[in-house]
Design a protein around this ligand. Structure first.
Ligand code: ARG
Length: 470
């Protein structure tokens, strides 16, 4: 098909160039935004008298028909028409004639594609927000089911101090809270209307950019036409948000891989959320967690690629910017899929409370509590640390754990030890005593769960508000 920009050319484009240059195979997913944006532009052109009222009407009707055709699968996208913008415009003009040819007045594909991407981003933010919320809800549910589930907490992947599984889940819940906040930041970056910037320097026509912004529910309009067509910060912000989210999910994935190993045996994935081996009949593999961990690298790659693409670009539009799409779209698909599958995997995962309890009763994660015990009896902490360190070394040599050492043996290390030390060593008491704000004590976590539920309600309201502005 003839190029919409063909006027100054005397030859057809080389076929390879057509194929190389075209973005239609991936930017066709912007069709809805492209059409909505064009309708708002046409309405504005008609209302400001830049094009005849009747042409405006024809354009809108024509575009609505194209939208219906695309939805019904009755639209053939053509590579020779390069991108979604020209595919739709060519079809419009073919359908309604000269009125269609007026649509691109006071507009360039540079501001048009920027508009589409902003609108697309806003819609995705709300959809991703819902999935994020559902995932947070799942973490909170698992936390609630495990308020009393004792387990060892780790530093350096060595047993550190007793905690509860609820406390561990709430740590991830808190990370996801921050992800939600970052997502709100992504929205702010996307909620800026670029149309009317033209190719670079606005237009000579008396357009009304605020009218377009109003019709499309944008809060603000870009105040500089060059910035409007060059800005990809909102994509970087999204990819940063996505990278951090994936990093959180990847860390959880790593833990689930460890926990579901025979060595830990802390959790068992539901059969519907694990996979087998083609050779080893006994295998039950945590593929979902491994894939999320693996896909994290891919999302980081998209962020890195975008940063590198942008760093050397002179203002304003350069075709390099077309490279903003595939990584962006892939990131959207990756995080949505990951969030959805992870939520259900978590909710169906069996938490092996007995195994966790057994682990925490057979380790030295109560050693700090023994030192704290001595501190309460008056010993400075540094000395208490030293004494208990010696007790631990003694116990290891005896192949025992701390509760199995007798009081007379303890007295050899410090006269401050009394029979009540056994109480201090019980993991449930170690947890119960950690009442510092944000600590794992049962009551503290219960409060954090209530707070979490309130936060989720607030997030739900935020999403309702954002949904009304897409
Ligand atoms: N397909 C292009 C993109 O995604 C649209 C803008 C093209 N603008 C241009 N001046 N060639 O960036």
């Amino acid at each position: 098909m003839a190029k919409l920009w063909g006027g100054r050319f005397n030859k057809n484009t080389n076929e390879l160039v057509d194929a190389f240059n075209a973005s239609i195979k991936f930017d066709k997913r912007l069709y809805h935004e492209d059409i909505r944006g064009s309708i708002a532009h046409a309405n504005m052109l008609a209302r400001t008298g830049i094009i005849p009222e009747a042409d405006g009407k024809k354009i809108v009707q024509g575009l609505e028909q194209i939208l219906a055709d695309i939805k019904a699968g009755k639209f053939e996208f053509e590579v020779s028409l390069e991108d979604i913008h020209m595919n739709i415009e060519a079809r419009l003009t073919a359908a309604i004639g000269s009125a269609g040819a007026r649509l691109h007045t006071a507009r360039s594909r540079n501001d048009q594609v920027a508009l589409d991407m902003h609108m697309y981003m806003k819609r995705e933010v709300t959809e991703i927000g819902e999935l994020l919320l559902a995932f947070e809800q799942a973490l909170l549910t698992v936390a609630k089911q495990n308020e009393k589930t004792l387990m060892p907490g780790y530093t350096h992947l060595q047993r550190a101090q007793p905690i509860t599984f609820a406390h561990h889940m709430l740590a991830y819940f808190n990370m996801l809270q921050r992800d939600f906040r970052r997502l709100q930041g992504v929205w702010i970056g996307a909620d800026l209307m670029p149309l009317g910037a033209g190719a670079i320097a606005g237009t000579t026509f008396p357009i009304d950019r605020f009218q377009v912004a109003g019709e499309l529910n944008f809060s603000e309009v870009y105040g500089n036409s060059m910035d409007a067509v060059s800005d990809r910060d909102y994509i970087l912000e999204f990819l940063s948000f996505a990278s951090i989210l994936m990093m959180h999910m990847s860390r959880l994935s790593e833990e689930i891989c460890l926990w579901s190993s025979t060595e830990f045996g802390f959790v068992e994935l539901d059969d519907a959320f694990a996979t087998g081996s083609s050779m080893m009949p006994q295998k039950k593999n945590p593929d979902i967690s491994e894939l999320v961990r693996g896909k994290t690298g891919r999302v980081y790659g998209h962020l890195q690629a975008m940063l590198v693409t942008l760093k050397g670009l002179p203002l304003t539009y350069n075709k390099d910017l077309q490279e903003d799409k595939e990584g962006f779209f892939d990131t959207i698909d990756t995080i949505k899929f990951s969030l959805a599958v992870y939520r259900d995997m978590l909710l169906t995962m069996k938490v092996n409370k007995e195994r966790m309890a057994k682990a925490v009763h057979q380790d030295f994660s109560n050693a700090t509590d023994l030192a704290d015990y001595l501190v309460r009896k008056g010993l400075p902490f540094r000395q208490a640390h030293e004494v208990v360190g010696k007790c631990v070394a003694y116990a290891i040599a005896q192949e025992k754990f701390l509760p199995e050492i007798s009081l007379p043996e303890y007295k050899e290390f410090s006269q401050l030890f009394e029979q009540d030390l056994l109480e201090a060593l019980k993991p449930e008491n170690c947890v119960a005593a950690r009442t510092s704000y944000g600590g794992p004590a049962f009551g503290e976590n219960a409060k954090q769960i209530v707070k979490g539920e309130n936060l989720l309600q607030m997030q739900q309201q935020i999403l309702v508000a954002l949904n009304s502005k897409i």
